[in-house]
Ligand binder design. Structure first.
Ligand SMILES: N[C@@H](Cc1ccccc1)C(=O)O
Length: 503
């Protein structure tokens, strides 16, 4: 019988009595592991070979785990100090024992939580006792750590290994190991004699130019064969979602706005009827530019109208803020803290000329805020800005637009909460439910621009507007719990490589 060469080599290397690991067989047959695996599956299909799979776990110690193997577990140190202090006879002040143990920083908490869990003693109202019968010298987790370090896995206790993984002292990697064994049919085939057929598994330039490709026999594809993982470059999931958001909004009839990342406070704050002494305008919240420190041009008429809105208010019953308004402050340059600056530029006619209702505009652009970093905050994020200009708009229009927009991303449980913005009335915050934690997460802010904003801009119909967070949308879509895993310097490359992208 004639068979492709790789199959013949695998058949000859395989054994009838015992399973052999495919990587050994490949080695002996002089084949790449993936070629041998492919050949093995083909032989299995033809009944000549059986392929079995098992999952093998590989354990490696983390840096912290390695440190404990050389030293000791923090709870062992604590126990030793507790015994030295006489805590096996009567409760001792915890501070005293911790001081004597030499434990510092996070090791203290680690020691305390494991101490109690392992029954080394009790910790109560600042006092510690030690159980004289505890045997920290035979700590199952320490023994398991040592077993892993010495590569003596069969001596390690399974529960202790689990616990070490949970404590972050150990990492477990699973590998699928395949083994092959000749079937009776395989043995018979070998006895009857198998010869290597000249099959070709790669179409080369030579085959094509010589015309030989027409005569050779090609190896069949096996799409189930193992192949090496290749992590190739691809579009970042946040960028992919940003593009999807843009497509969705264009599909809903919106046009895209563009504009500067660094802008005058005038466009970022003053046009929005944010008083110059508003707390959000301080350096605690936004980043200011030192050089250059002010914008070259501002439209003089608009500056006058905005000043007047701030000082005297708008309309016969209007009330301004009665607080100082300085053009110098308005000229100051900041990294925009929201893209509502783009909405102001567009609505004023400054960016693309006067607009007639109805109009819909959006942007999906970066904004910058001096926030404290945490799982839901970065110093910069993408805002999905948008507004609709029309004769008569109501809160229903606003809610309807959000419902329609978020539905396209599978989010159907939006909640609205009344809110306050200096520039919109009424205003609403939007919330969604995190699919993993069940927590209610704020996803955006919105409202209907008030007269004090629209009148200076020269807009005399209604405008409803919003700023939504692209990152929060992503968290709800994918269940990400920490935005720092997704972008920024701490991002989790493995997560980004393996997340299945939604379309
Ligand atoms: N600028 C607001 C969002 C918003 C835009 C327009 C109107 C209302 C709210 C924010 O960043 O939170």
């Amino acid at each position: 019988m004639k068979r492709p060469q790789a199959q013949v080599a695998v058949l000859q290397a395989a054994d009838a009595d015992d399973p052999r690991r495919i990587d050994e067989v490949a080695d002996e047959a002089g084949l790449k592991p993936e070629t041998a695996t492919r050949a093995a599956f083909e032989l299995e299909d033809d009944g000549l070979l059986s392929v079995t799979e098992e999952t093998v776990e590989h354990y490696t110690l983390t840096d912290e785990g390695t440190q404990y193997v050389f030293e000791s577990l923090p709870e062992q140190d604590l126990y030793e100090a507790a015994i030295d202090a006489g805590a096996d006879e009567e409760p001792v002040q915890m501070g005293q024992v911790i001081g004597a143990s030499g434990l510092e920083g996070p090791a203290v908490d680690i020691a305390l939580s494991n101490y109690a869990r392992k029954g080394y003693g009790e910790i109560d109202s600042g006092e510690i006792t030690a159980d004289p019968d505890a045997k920290p010298g035979q700590d199952a987790e320490m023994l398991a750590l040592e077993a892993v370090a010495d590569d003596q896995l069969d001596e390690a206790d399974a529960d202790a290994l689990d616990q070490l993984e949970r404590r972050g002292l150990l990492e477990v990697r699973e590998e699928t190991v395949r083994s092959v064994q000749l079937t009776d049919e395989g043995v018979a085939a070998l006895e009857a004699g198998v010869e290597a057929a000249e099959t070709v598994d790669q179409l080369t330039a030579e085959l094509l130019t010589s015309g030989e490709w027409a005569d050779v026999e090609f190896t069949e594809y096996n799409v189930e064969a193992d192949a090496e993982d290749v992590s190739h470059g691809k579009e970042h999931i946040l960028r992919q979602t940003a593009n999807r958001v843009k497509d969705t909004l264009v599909g809903m009839g919106f046009q895209e706005m563009e504009g500067p990342h660094v802008d005058a406070q005038f466009w970022i704050n003053d046009c929005l009827f944010m008083p110059q002494d508003h707390p959000a305008r301080t350096h605690w919240d936004q980043f200011a530019l030192e050089r250059p420190d002010e914008i070259g041009e501002l439209p003089a008429d608009l500056v006058d109208r905005v000043r007047s809105a701030h000082k005297e208010g708008v309309g016969p019953d209007g009330e301004g803020y009665h607080s100082p308004w300085e053009e110098d402050v308005a000229r100051g340059l900041d990294l925009r803290g929201h893209t509502t600056s783009l909405s102001m530029r567009h609505l004023s006619g400054e960016e693309i000329g006067e607009l007639e209702p109805p109009k819909r505009f959006f942007s999906v652009e970066k904004v910058y805020r001096n926030d404290t970093l945490d799982p839901t905050h970065l110093l910069e994020f993408f805002q999905i800005e948008g507004w609709v200009m029309a004769e008569d708009l109501s809160v229903r229009d606003l809610m309807g637009t959000f419902t329609e927009f978020y539905e396209q991303f599978g989010i159907t449980d939006l909640e609205f909460k009344p809110h306050y913005n200096p520039y919109t009335e009424p205003s609403f915050e939007l919330f969604g439910t995190h699919p993993e934690t069940g927590e209610v997460v704020e996803v955006g802010n919105s409202g209907i621009f008030r007269e004090e904003v629209l009148s200076p801009l020269g807009v005399d119909c209604d405008v409803m507007a919003w700023g939504l967070s692209l990152e929060r949308l992503l968290m709800l879509m994918y269940g990400f719990e920490d935005i720092r895993d997704v972008h920024g310097t701490l991002c989790d490359l493995e997560l980004l490589r393996t997340t299945e992208v939604l379309h």
